[in-house]
Ligand binder design. Structure first.
Ligand code: PLP
Length: 392
């Protein structure tokens, strides 16, 4: 209600309902940060007809504010999807791409190179729900048909795999899954969907860790699910509303702030990462460079067919004689590349993973090192990696 018609109130009341109105005729290039638990309604009729599924209106903080809707709209627009739902982390978004679609007795397929916490979810909550999770070879292609059953509800794709970088044949996997009536969900975090049109390649659901390239500055965690059609979106939104999944508008603002520069950041790291990957190929202590744009990466030809670019995260494998201790010496000798999970921020990172534990039949004896290329000067990054090789 308008303040101007009111009679004078006492001081504490005026702190909540100020008598002086702030002019609203303000326009800025920055998106607004609009926070809310309570959302106000103009009249009782609008209150009585409220719905959390109607994105044209606002009902309560958990169902969104203009800031979070702005972000979800931009994600859905860049992916060409129906709409998106935001989650407080990438991992939460992963979980909510499974949960609305499975019941006890169902079956889902995940690639054996999947982002490790997905295996934890499979062995934890999904198992507790009596949902069977079966792994498949990320290079299986149309051969996945033999693993799809009548109760398979979700075929999960992560391409390239975030540590070992195999590029999966998403269109072939999607064709087999759709024939059996299963949904195809892709973890599209690698390129933030910028270089892979997930829905055109057969996915029904596209999941992002916005934590990575979209936010771009290593200062928040957030995730999103975009769906190809309305029915799938409603299923995700329904469970998100039931369980109060939402994100802080302040964090959403930070992602909105990162988005306009995302294509430039990706393009820059793409060039530098590919240059460093090629340089690593020529290093005598490197056995293999797992970068999708290199022919030696499993699935390179699929990457060439389906992706329009590569990003700044990739791995390399040291020669057989350099195991876990050598990888630790290499990484600890680096001054610019730091030790920490995630990617897509401005700072370069280096990590090693023990794949003999997590990947059955991993064929390489040498240690694997994964790099996230940040925005530091390229020559400094190469000199840093030389410190690593010197420490071997
Ligand atoms: C980081 C990541 C996630 C999870 O995102 P968080 O925001 O860190 O929870 C999921 N999938 C992939 C491939 C990732 O790299």
């Amino acid at each position: 209600m308008s303040q101007s018609t009111k009679s004078p109130r006492r001081a504490a009341t005026n702190l909540i309902h100020p008598a002086r109105e702030v002019p609203r005729n303000f326009r800025s290039l920055a998106p607004g940060t609009e926070r809310a638990s309570t959302v106000l309604f103009d009249d009782v009729g609008k209150w009585n007809s409220r719905s959390g599924f109607n994105e044209a209106v606002y009902t309560y903080g958990t169902s969104g504010t203009p800031t979070t809707r702005d972000l979800q709209n931009r994600i859905a627009e860049w992916e060409g999807g129906y709409n998106a739902v935001l989650f407080p982390s990438g991992l939460a978004a992963v979980a909510y791409a499974f949960l609305p679609f499975v019941q006890p007795g169902d079956h889902v397929l995940v690639p054996s190179n999947v982002y490790e916490p997905v295996k934890t979810l499979a062995n934890g909550l999904l198992k507790q729900m009596n949902v069977a999770v079966e792994q498949y070879d990320p290079m299986v292609g149309s051969g996945i048909a033999t693993q799809i059953k009548s109760n398979t509800k979700i075929v999960w794709v992560e391409t390239p795999g975030s540590i070992t970088m195999e590029v999966s044949d998403l269109p072939a996997i999607a064709e087999a899954a759709h024939k059996a009536g299963a949904l195809v969900a892709i973890d599209n975090t690698y390129s933030a969907g910028w270089y892979l049109r997930a829905f055109e390649k057969g996915a029904d659901i596209s999941v992002h860790a916005l934590t990575k390239y979209p936010a771009g500055h290593s200062d928040l965690v957030m995730g999103s699910i975009t769906t190809k059609d309305e029915a799938t979106w409603r299923a995700v939104k329904n469970l998100a509303l039931q369980t109060g999944q939402c994100v802080a508008p302040d964090d959403a603002y930070l992602v909105l702030r990162g988005l306009p520069t995302m294509p430039l950041r990706i393009k820059h790291t793409e060039r530098v990462a590919l240059d460093i990957a090629n340089w690593l190929v020529a290093q005598s202590n490197v056995a293999l460079v797992l970068h999708p744009a290199l022919t030696q990466c499993p699935g390179h030809s699929i990457w060439k067919r389906d992706f329009t670019g590569a990003t700044g995260v990739f791995s390399f494998v040291l020669r057989d004689e350099y195991g876990a201790d050598a990888a630790a010496r290499f990484i600890e000798a680096l001054e610019l590349f730091q030790i920490g999970a995630s990617w897509g921020g401005v700072g370069s990172l280096a990590l090693t993973y023990d794949l003999n534990m997590s990947r059955p039949n991993w064929p390489h004896k040498g240690a694997l090192i994964r790099l996230n290329i940040g925005l530091e000067d390229e020559s400094d990054l190469k000199e840093d990696l030389m410190r690593g090789f010197a420490a071997l």
